[in-house]
Design a protein around this ligand. Structure first.
Ligand SMILES: CC(C)(COP(=O)(O)OP(=O)(O)OC[C@H]1O[C@@H](n2cnc3c(N)ncnc32)[C@H](O)[C@@H]1OP(=O)(O)O)[C@@H](O)C(=O)NCCC(=O)NCCS
Length: 244
């Protein structure tokens, strides 16, 4: 598909960074961007403070992702890829995250995953993850899906804060991908715009490294809905959810 048509048919947004006036251009990517995505993925893998933060994807995986229209968003700076976001429609696959949060079988077809996001280390701090998530959530809504899920490592506070800010809450916490712990994040697109108004007032703060403490809260019906950095570490706030 030629690039101009791609932009006009599927949406294109340009914005400037706050500090150094860089021009970011956000657009949906076609499969001919795969090589650049793999190179960016390789680069960020080399910069991870802990390898378990990010589960990498191979060529075959990306190829399948590209079979769905608007599944890949890229942000470019001077025509070079600075960030990307991918969504995935898991259908009834075993790794549909709806299974982890107890969705019934009939609902699994209505699940979309925010699957992965990377931002080049040189362009972090410009809210690119949140911007791409907002666009992908609009796509997911537009496609008629009801449930949005994704995973985030408890060792990844930046991503956790961004995903919560995008409207998802922590619904579960468990080992995934072998023994890598993951929050299972969830939003029901039928939820009211500000979910916080539906949460019960009594909230509990807990550090994100306290995995068992958080599991106990979740078992008791709490969801994680806010984060903050405090002297004792990165803290997650949990409250009881009044909607499903
Ligand atoms: C998670 C990630 C996508 C967030 O990037 P981003 O959208 O640029 O992050 P934000 O704009 O929200 O950054 C907020 C702040 O956190 C800082 N920050 C962002 N990512 C950071 C990281 N990995 N390590 C340390 N600080 C980071 C930013 O510099 C910024 O600081 P500032 O407020 O002092 O300027 C990016 O860190 C990344 O690509 N990480 C590796 C891959 C990954 O973990 N993906 C998510 C799971 S799929």
């Amino acid at each position: 598909m030629d690039r101009k048509r791609n932009r006009s048919r599927m949406g294109f947004e340009a914005f400037k960074s706050s500090q150094d006036n860089l021009l970011f251009e956000m657009e949906f990517l076609a499969e001919d961007s795969m090589q650049e995505m793999i190179e960016l993925q390789d680069l960020i893998l080399g910069h991870l403070p802990d390898p378990e933060i990010f589960f990498p994807h191979d060529r075959d995986y990306f190829h399948k992702i590209f079979q769905h229209d608007r599944s890949v968003i890229g942000v470019k700076v001077e025509d070079r890829l600075a960030a990307y976001s991918i969504i995935r429609i898991p259908g009834h696959a075993q790794d549909n995250l709806g299974r982890d949060i107890g969705l019934v079988d009939d609902e699994l077809d209505r699940v979309a995953h925010l699957q992965a996001t990377v931002v080049h280390p040189a362009f972090r701090g410009n809210g690119l993850q949140r911007k791409m998530a907002a666009t992908h959530l609009r796509v997911i809504r537009d496609l008629g899906f009801k449930h949005v899920c994704c995973t985030v490592s408890p060792k990844n506070p930046q991503s956790l804060a961004n995903i919560i800010c995008s409207g998802l809450v922590i619904k579960d916490l468990r080992p995934k991908f072998g023994d890598w712990w993951r929050y299972i994040m969830y939003a029901n697109l039928a939820w009211p715009k500000d979910l916080r108004e539906t949460l019960e007032r009594s909230e509990k703060a807990i550090t994100c490294s306290d995995l068992l403490g958080q599991q106990a809260l979740i078992k008791d019906g709490f969801v994680g809905f806010r984060t903050t950095m405090q002297p004792q570490g990165f803290v997650v706030f949990y409250a009881k959810n009044a909607v499903d």
